[in-house]
Design a protein around this ligand. Structure first.
Ligand SMILES: [Zn+2]
Length: 289
């Protein structure tokens, strides 16, 4: 795996986008999709020439240079998992350095939602701030939900309870020093936060806009470039409100097709930039490199 394949740069008008790989993880198909059989999922993967018994989940945070600021969107799995995953994940800091970006030069970190593969990289392996000079911006709706003790006490055991504990671990280590942002407002020059709930209660996407150019940073609206594109109605096992997630997916992808707006995706194959087209009753994401 060469360094060059883990850093990708392009521009949106005056905004410079640097996509940085945080690595990948192979996940089994148990619990991957809740309303399709293993045979249906295998068929969808096989039709795209992919392995039919597991799925490759990739992680691609981006850094924007906009208005003289360096803004990181999501932080990957964190340096703490680099060794335990034998370097498969937790690669963001390594790739930031490879791209010539000093972690101390990150001015703002914008978080899309409070799942571990997006927030854990806020901390170093020693549980200190990984971006010591950055303002940390979080979606208001996510903060309210995950920091609420009542919500935590009512959470189902297992993954949801683990997420509540993990979010407190991460944000407590930062002294809960965050700036909350709302939807439909700018979080950086040329960057508007857009509510795309479902994957999580306050899941947020972003529209990059400069001059005549725009890109939609979807974050986790569509967690698999093939299966959820072809079958937007399928319910992801990691979607907190799968019905809302599916509705959001269709709404966003209809908009991207109508407006011919490229999409930057956190979990699609690196570097995650694509164009959305209609395909039968669903969509197809065509990589743009
Ligand atoms: Zn994710």
């Amino acid at each position: 795996m060469t360094v060059a394949s883990e850093v990708h740069r392009y521009s949106v008008g005056d905004i410079e986008v640097t996509v940085l790989s945080d690595g990948f993880r192979m996940v089994g198909l148990d619990g991957f999709i809740m309303n399709a059989s293993k045979e249906e999922i295998a068929a969808a993967l096989g039709a795209a020439g992919l392995p039919t018994d597991k799925s490759r989940n990739t992680y691609s945070p981006i850094v924007l240079t906009t208005g003289g600021k360096r803004v990181l969107f999501d932080t990957g799995n964190g340096e703490a998992v680099f060794n335990e995953s034998k370097g498969e994940r937790g690669r963001l800091q390594h790739n930031l350095a490879a791209a010539g970006i000093d972690r101390k030069a990150i001015d703002v970190v914008v978080i899309s939602h409070f799942h571990g593969d997006h927030v854990n990289g806020l901390l170093t392996a020693g549980n200190t701030a990984a971006f010591p000079n950055a303002e940390i911006m979080v979606p208001e709706q996510e903060w309210i939900f995950w920091m609420d003790d009542g919500e935590m006490s009512r959470a189902s055991k297992g993954r949801m309870t683990d997420l509540f504990h993990n979010n407190r671990r991460v944000f407590d280590a930062l002294g809960r020093k965050v700036t909350r942002y709302g939807w439909d407002r700018d979080v950086a020059p040329g960057v508007t936060a857009v509510g795309t709930p479902g994957h999580s209660i306050g899941h947020t996407s972003f529209v990059l806009s400069s001059g005549a150019e725009r890109v939609f940073v979807q974050c986790d609206v569509n967690n698999h470039a093939v299966v959820f594109s072809k079958h937007p109605e399928w319910h992801g096992g990691f979607d907190q409100d799968p019905v809302a997630a599916s509705t959001t997916r269709r709404r966003v992808y209809d908009m991207l097709v109508a407006e011919k707006m490229p999409v930057q995706a956190y979990h699609h194959p690196f570097p995650g930039l694509g164009r959305v087209e209609r395909d039968g009753t669903g969509y197809r994401v065509v990589p743009v490199v």
